[in-house]
Structures are given as structure tokens and as C-alpha cells.
Design a protein around this ligand. Sequence first.
Ligand code: PLP
Length: 256
Amino acid sequence: MKHPPCILCIGGHDPTGGAGLQADIETVTVLGGQAMSLVTALTAQDTHNVASLLPTPADFFTAAAERLLRDITPDAIKIGLIGSVALIPPLVQILRGFPGPVVLDPVLAAGGGFDLSAVRLVEVMREQLLPLATLTTPNRAEARRLADNDDAAEAAQSLLHWGADAVLLTGADEATGEVVTNHLYLGDGNPRAFRWPRLPHRYHGSGCTLASACAAYLALGDDVITAVNRAQGFTAGALQVANQPGGGQWLPWRRG
Ligand code: PLP
């Protein structure tokens, strides 16, 4: 039997299980993929905020990636938290030799406020990773910071100019009314809007869930518009049945 599509998730560990690699692995698994994972960083955090971050040493990350990729060729790659500029060269190395879809979730800050990316890391992500991304999924604050532009819509356009094939600009971080609007930019001058009911709580790991669902659907053969649409549906479903095991943000329930 042919194996299910393999999605390589590259990101950080979140002990709450809400965000990071655990979010990726749950999402990919529920959607029918085989999740592979490379850990960029350990974090100390709870459902309120991240307290500290310990990046994986670059030489160990490189050795782990080389060994893994000599054996298994993924069908899609999803990148979340990077956590250290030293991991950019091995990441570029992985992506340059990879012909399949790459989803880049530019994780710059935790929902609780902790800054997860230094200024230099943001610059290097923009210059070296965006050109290798099939799809990037910033929220409005991340898009502004990544593009260094205060206007989120202009920022999304400039992420295309930096080389991403598609940008899904998510709106939940700054939504105020009843509706969350996400916009997909494909460089055809015709951004597509997706509207979702705004949900009542603050959630931990919604962005990771969305980006890894995009990667899973792309690996399963969807085109970008279909993958983005279905991934939003999956994420909205996981947030509708979220739960609050701690005292802070709610955690998505990713069971399909
Ligand atoms: N911790 C890790 C390891 C993450 O990857 C992320 C987001 O991607 C976060 C924390 C922050 O998650 P949130 O912004 O949903 O609070």
C-alpha cells in the first residue's frame, strides 16, 4: 500500500499541547497525513504566555535533518517557530532541495505577548525564507513586522514581492466586530476574502493549526485556494469545540 502523504513539521515544542509541534502533529494526523517533526526549540510556557525559549543547537538540528531527509522525502513542509538565526542556514538548505509545497507560519510573538523572534531573525526570514515559501500565513501584526510596513494589506503585497507565492493574511488578532476576515493574496491583484464568525475566547495555537492544515491539504493534492479554504474550516471547527484546561487561553480540540 502506498503510504499516506508525509508532512514535515519544523517548529517548537509547547508543553501545553495547544501550539507548536503538537498542534501540527495532531492536525496532520487527523487530516490523514503522516507527521514528521524537527524541533527548533523547547519552550517553557503555560496557557497565559511563553516564559523562555531554548533553541536547538544548529549542528544538532542539521544532523537530525540530514539523517531524516536521506531516509524519508516529505510531500510538504510546514515551518513554524524558528527561534534562532543560527537555524536559518540549515532550513534554507532543506528548502532549496525540496520541490514540494512549503508553508511558512512566521511565528514572531506569542498570543500572550512574549517576543519569539529577534529583529535579525525577522530580517533573515524575510530575505531567505519567504522566497522559498509556497504559502505564508501571517496574522496582521506579523505581516506588518515582517514587511516593515504599518499597513497590513500593503505588507501582505510586499511579502509576495519578497518571493512568497501566496499570502494568507489572517485577521483574528485584530478583529473587533462579529466577523473575522482572512485574505488570500496570490499576486493576481484580486485578494480573496474569507469571512468567519468571531469566536468568544482567546485561543492558543490557532495559527499553528491553520498553517499545518494548509500543509496537509496541499500534500493531499489540493490547490492553494482549496487548501486554504478547507484549512480555515478545519481550524474554525477545532476552535468551536476548544477547551480551557488551564487559567489562560483556550486550546483547540483537533479531532476532525
Ligand atoms: N509556542 C510555540 C512553540 C509556538 O509555535 C507558538 C506559535 O506558533 C506559540 C507558542 C504561540 O502560540 P499563540 O500565538 O497561539 O499563543
